[in-house]
Write a protein of this length. Structure first.
Lengths: 419, 316
């Protein structure tokens, strides 16, 4: 009996191994096409996306798209292993600054021919959004979101602080923030901050470039590091002074910490994207949206972008099906629907603000959509560039010597670009 | 034993209950049987440990990204490991983490094991269980829990400290305190395991040694120094090697709590492996770095074993 049992066990183990090995199979070129689509839209935006996908499936007999909701982080964590195992999705959405590294490693199919086709509905896309999709002159994605960072402010706190008009320049911004900063018990730590400016990660990765642009500076230009400039030095001195000396913002905060302070009514202004609107509503905070106040040189804002790409884990038929979906997603009707439902401004310049007027958040974001600049478009090693900028801004805000920090950041960014 | 020696009565361990079973069958048949019994474990080990290790070794000589199209690059990745300034930073951080974590965890475990080995200690079983519980919790869960506990806005620890007039601030964003904090979470999480090992080691020390020492007038300190610690040196070697390996592989709580920040101050070697592999999609480099870490860990463990092994020999 024992022997039989052992052999049965061994056979079962072998069968299991064979089954695991047999799991990975390629797609077929004939017949109906099934395509998996990974995305991280989990709120109202997710519902609208599901609707658009359902409409697409209903109108296409031979194509079925299955969406798979994951967190944005887990998409990034699992895409590599899934693709290398031949188990990857056909379509994937991801934060736009993550696209170049995957594209440069050959994970995504080129979409140059798709863009060249008039039926793709890509002709009128916001130029900054398309710029996010380009790596070494070739396009590898289609934008599903592009929105400049904006200021979300607590109107009740503005009223209580006697600030009637939203600031238009940096000086006015700092002035207003000072008036809205309250240290009731006089212990040197304000109970309410005028503004919360994160100094690292997520939103900070967009905020500080925005501030650099506002004073005529930048991070990367034409594939070269340009971060060590007198303009950026001025910017850092100005803002670290306002944050450290005037205490208009807490230090050492990231985007999530900023969201918490704003939703808790402990900060009068925050910088963020459309999700702030729903966070504010959920927490019963009356808010309004305004563009980032203009810097000495210009009004500019870094944009948060999401890209959709077709992976190399697809047969020719699947690729064609994916492109079919992308053009469907970008048609006029769906562009408006997606924008209204997701709260992000329309991706097409030929859709006027009136078309989305019924959603006031979208309407106000649409007005400033043109000021958005893509974050590090085409930069393959954005990880190291952003961590160099993180280090720069955190240490500058902590009061370290700005010139030395900029020189260090310049070297790191340049090294990352040459990587 | 040759026949001209007088017969010596030797200690023989008692046979297990139910009597000792005689091995049946030919030696070859027994080997096959043994292999069959080992097969499930061997298959799992082979599939999930040995094969990935061989693959990683091969990948470390390529520019693989995980999507095919990989080219042989020779020792390029290894050269990069030894010249990259980020790696130097990660190594420095890992050494600092190891120095913070290993002695703290081992001393805490040993101290508490000594305390709870004493029969005079009330609620011994309760404390023993309680101290082991953190080890059962998953590292990620522990890290999330601690992140909340020490959160400057909503954290309980901060709340209590504020009651005592102490302001802790945002520890995880503080370049000086972030590393001690993540090391502390690892101590809290892992020392229960070392504690149990020490406890087992303590219970293996024959009581007669202590009785003899007591008769010779040895005080508690002298008994600890001359009996307990030397008799524990094997256990100590094991625990130290384990704790050091755990420290060199620090990742989970750092990934959850600081993500390597503030500005790279908690970026350890394994964090760097993760970032190179899964963020920069440079699997070749990540594999090379993994192998360098593996060899370094191996050398360090061997040195520790040799060092403590010698002490053991000196004792006998």
């Amino acid at each position: 009996m024992t022997r039989t049992r052992i052999w049965t066990g061994a056979a079962a183990a072998l069968a299991l191994t064979a089954a695991v090995a047999g799991c990975s199979g390629g797609g077929e070129d004939d017949g109906p096409v099934e395509l998996t689509f990974w995305h991280g839209y989990s709120e109202a935006d997710g519902d609208v996306l599901e609707e658009i996908v359902a409409d697409f499936n209903a109108s296409h007999d031979d194509i079925t798209i299955d969406t798979e909701l994951k967190t944005w982080d887990s998409i990034d964590d699992t895409l590599l292993t899934a693709l290398s195992a031949g188990e990857g999705p056909g379509l994937v959405a991801m934060p736009a600054e993550r696209l170049p590294v995957y594209a440069s490693k050959g994970a995504f199919a080129s979409l140059d021919d798709f863009y060249a086709d008039e039926a793709s509905n890509t002709a009128n896309l916001v130029p900054g959004a398309v710029e996010m999709e380009e790596v070494e002159g070739e396009k590898f994605g289609v934008p599903s979101g592009f929105v400049p960072l904006a200021v979300y402010y607590n109107t009740a706190l503005f009223e209580a602080g006697g600030v009637d008009e939203f600031p238009q320049t940096w000086d006015e911004w700092v002035e207003a923030a000072k008036r809205l900063t309250v240290d009731e018990d006089g212990d040197g730590t304000p109970e309410q901050y005028g503004v919360v400016l994160p100094d690292h990660a997520t939103v900070a990765n967009g905020l500080w470039p925005s501030l650099f642009y506002g004073n005529g500076g930048g991070i990367v230009d034409g594939g070269e590091a340009v971060i060590d400039s007198p303009e950026n030095a001025e910017t850092l001195e100005f803002w670290s002074g306002a944050i450290a000396a005037d205490q208009i913002s807490p230090t050492g905060v990231d985007g999530i910490g900023a969201d918490e302070l704003f939703s808790g009514g402990k900060a009068a202004m925050t910088v963020g994207g459309p999700w702030m609107a729903s966070i504010a509503t959920e927490n019963g905070i009356d808010y309004a949206i305004a563009p980032l106040p203009a810097g000495p040189a210009e009004q500019a804002a870094s944009a948060i972008g999401v890209s959709m790409a077709v992976t190399v884990d697809t047969s020719r038929a699947e690729q064609a099906a994916a492109e079919e979906f992308l053009s469907f997603f970008l048609n006029e009707e769906n562009s408006v629907k997606w924008s209204l439902g997701s709260g992000w401004p329309p991706l097409r310049t030929d859709i006027p603000a009136e078309a989305v007027a019924e959603n006031p958040v979208v309407a106000s974001l649409t007005e400033i959509a043109a000021t958005g600049r893509p974050l590090l478009p085409g930069v393959v090693n954005s990880v190291d560039v952003l961590s160099a900028v993180d280090e720069l801004t955190q240490r500058a805000v902590a009061g370290e010597d700005v010139d030395a920090l900029l020189a260090e950041a310049q070297a790191e960014v340049q090294a990352a670009l040459e990587d | 034993m040759s026949a001209d020696h007088p017969p010596v009565r030797r200690y023989r361990p008692p046979a297990p209950l139910g009597g000792r079973r005689r091995a049946t069958g030919s030696p070859a048949g027994r080997n096959t049987k043994a292999l069959l019994f080992l097969a499930p474990a061997l298959i799992v080990l082979g599939l999930f440990v040995v094969w990935p290790m061989i693959s990683a070794l091969r990948l470390s000589f390529t520019d693989a990204s995980g999507f095919g199209r990989e080219e042989w690059v020779g020792l390029e990745n290894y050269a990069a490991v030894f010249t990259d300034p980020d790696i130097l930073n990660a190594v420095t951080n890992t050494v600092l983490y190891t120095v913070l974590f290993t002695p703290t965890a081992v001393i805490a475990a040993l101290g508490l094991a000594l305390l709870l080995n004493s029969p005079r200690m009330p609620f011994r079983s309760f404390f023993r269980t309680a101290l082991f519980v953190p080890f059962v919790v998953s590292f990620a869960v522990a890290a999330f829990a601690w992140s909340y506990l020490i959160d400057p806005q909503v954290g309980l620890v901060n709340y209590w400290l504020r009651g005592m007039g102490i302001r802790m601030g945002n520890v995880l964003e503080d370049p000086t305190w972030a590393m001690p904090m993540v090391a502390f979470v690892a101590v809290w999480k892992l020392f229960g395991f070392y504690f149990v090992i020490f406890l087992a080691g303590l219970q293996d020390i024959p009581n007669s040694l202590y009785e003899a020492a007591r008769m010779d007038g040895a005080g508690p300190w002298s008994r600890l120094r001359n009996i307990t610690l030397p008799m524990l040196s094997n256990t100590m070697a094991f625990v130290l090697v384990f704790a050091t390996i755990a420290a060199l592989q620090a990742f989970d709580q750092i990934y959850v709590m600081t993500g390597g920040g503030p500005y790279g101050n908690t970026q350890t070697v394994v964090m760097e492996i993760y970032e190179s592999g899964f963020r920069k999609l440079d699997i070749g480099f990540a594999s090379a770095l993994s192998y360098v870490l593996l060899v370094a860990t191996l050398i360090l463990s061997l040195v520790q074993f040799v060092f403590f092994g010698r002490r053991e020999k000196d004792l006998s």
